[in-house]
Ligand binder design. Structure first.
Ligand code: PMP
Length: 361
């Protein structure tokens, strides 16, 4: 039976990438390994849309990348503003609380984006040293209009550092770090970058790194970017052991991504999303969320009357296809389908065929 992983991460991994990952490890402090890191760094810059950004590749999941982005760039006496569109936007709130920072928040209704006037008014009234935004919140399938948010932020609060969570976006949706003026983009290896889970990846602006340098100790040994910096630039300078094999995999995957061509890749994501949504609507499903802001990387399909979520997903599973449940209030009402990275149109045609046959039984 054909197995098809259609959850919004981890996503299917190309055989060539798997082959790289399954090689024998090499020394993490060798010049040879340094060449692998260097290739990843250069190619990631292209994907993040940055020339001057500094890249960090750190063993860990996306969440550690989020915490790194807070702890390295926010001082204890400063305040953050969280722009949240759902579960993963709210995770920044949890991290800020856990780590003892003060913050304020603007939360959109799930399925919507934040009104630009609310951002404008909030920033007019108060100074925030750091602002977090989630590019695609995987709980809602909504793509935030970063360019619009950034215009407001730059106009009213130029000095605020902006952290963008690209975990469900980077590699499947265009990101223009330098042009937008974003200071940190963080992502994970397991979504549109098509590598198994295990690497947190960050791109950091020069001004954010200057701030980090001025901050001194941050009380976060493993996540301190000043400790990682030397070993990313020169692997012979040990800090903590790199994930050698996932770095081989990442290198290969980035080469595959760039050989597809970034614009072609983004277009493929957009067209595949449109295709599967149209097909699912033909058979009675609705697409959750404001139709003007749907993410190309995943969809939330709202069940028509009479379909039981658990049974539907378990029937799909018995046929080799794995999709994800809704989160929080959406549990039981929607299922989430990832269609990013290595997921091709043929996979979606196949998944649709299986879904249809299950429903007709
Ligand atoms: N942000 C977003 C948008 C995510 O989708 C996820 C994971 N689904 C995370 C952060 C957290 O990443 P991880 O599970 O790799 O820690």
């Amino acid at each position: 039976m054909r197995e098809l992983l259609l959850i919004p991460g981890p996503t299917p991994v190309n055989e060539e990438v798997l082959k790289e990952i399954s090689r024998q490890p090499i020394s993490h402090v060798s010049k040879e390994f340094g060449e692998h890191l260097k290739s990843c760094v250069e190619n990631l810059k292209i994907i993040f849309g940055t020339k001057s950004g500094e890249i960090f590749i750190i063993p860990g999941s996306g969440t550690v990348g989020m915490e790194i982005a807070i702890r390295n760039f926010l001082k204890k006496d400063e305040k953050a503003l969280v722009l949240s569109h759902g579960f993963f936007g709210d995770r920044f709130i949890e991290i800020l609380e856990e780590d003892g920072f003060s913050y304020d928040k603007i939360q959109s209704k799930w399925g919507e984006v934040i009104d630009l006037n609310l951002i404008y008014e909030k920033l007019k009234k108060e100074k925030f040293s750091l602002i977090t935004i989630t590019h695609v919140d995987t709980s809602t399938g909504i793509l935030a209009p970063i360019e619009d948010y950034m215009k407001v932020i730059k106009e009213v609060s130029y000095d605020s550092l902006v952290v963008l969570d690209g975990v469900c976006a980077t590699g499947g949706v265009e990101e223009k770090m330098d042009e937008w003026g974003v200071d940190v983009i963080l992502t994970g290896s397991q979504k549109a970058l098509s590598v198994p889970p295990g690497l947190a990846i960050l791109s950091v602006s020069e001004r954010a790194m200057k701030k980090r340098e001025a901050m001194g100790k941050i009380g976060f040994y493993y996540g301190d970017l000043l400790r990682w910096r030397p070993t990313i630039q020169d692997a012979t300078k040990y800090f903590a052991t790199h994930n050698t094999n996932y770095t081989f995999g990442l290198k290969k995957s980035l080469e595959i991504i760039l050989s597809e061509g970034l614009q072609d890749r983004y277009k493929r994501h957009y067209e595949n999303a449109k295709f599967i949504r149209e097909k699912m609507m033909e058979i009675g499903f609705d697409v959750f969320g404001n139709k003007n802001y749907l993410a190309p990387t995943l969809s939330l399909f709202v069940y028509p009357e009479g379909i039981d979520d658990e049974k539907f997903r378990s029937d799909l599973n018995k046929n080799g296809i794995t999709v994800a449940s809704g989160i929080k209030d959406l549990k039981g009402k929607v299922f989430r389908m990832g269609h990013m990275g290595e997921v091709k149109k043929n996979d979606l045609i196949y998944a649709f065929y299986v879904i249809k046959s299950i429903l007709n039984r």
